[in-house]
Design a protein around this ligand. Sequence first.
Ligand SMILES: [Zn+2]
Ligand SMILES: [Zn+2]
Length: 140
Amino acid sequence: MTHKGQCFCGAVKLEISGGAEAMGYCHCNSCLSWSAAPVNAFSLFKPEAVTVTVGAEHLTTFQKTPFSQRQYCAKCGGHLMTRHPTIGLIDVYAATIPTHQFSPGVHINYAETVLPMRDGFPKLKDFPAEFGGSGEAIPE
Ligand SMILES: [Zn+2]
Ligand SMILES: [Zn+2]
């Protein structure tokens, strides 16, 4: 199963093959600041599942911390994905790939939330233990 995505102006196009390793919502300050949104809907894929098919020359990377290489289109500024090299996964934003079914299973960095979401899914204080976090859940 292949899903297509593109930036805001369409200069950069990408394709996803296969399903996501994990999906959910990130409430961290970095995601909020970079996306200018109260929450980031993430879908994590293995790097080999993600192919930039058009406009790779416009794909620009901003790296503030070793954990996240944030990628956007230099023409329109539209955000596409964040590479997480230390865990070997790429977050292709759910909004970037509209035909890929978004099935969130977890909230992360919920201690920093500005938009409480009472949906019954686990609310992790920071990151899952396997990604170097405490893995600690906090109440809705
Ligand atoms: Zn663009
Ligand atoms: Zn985040």
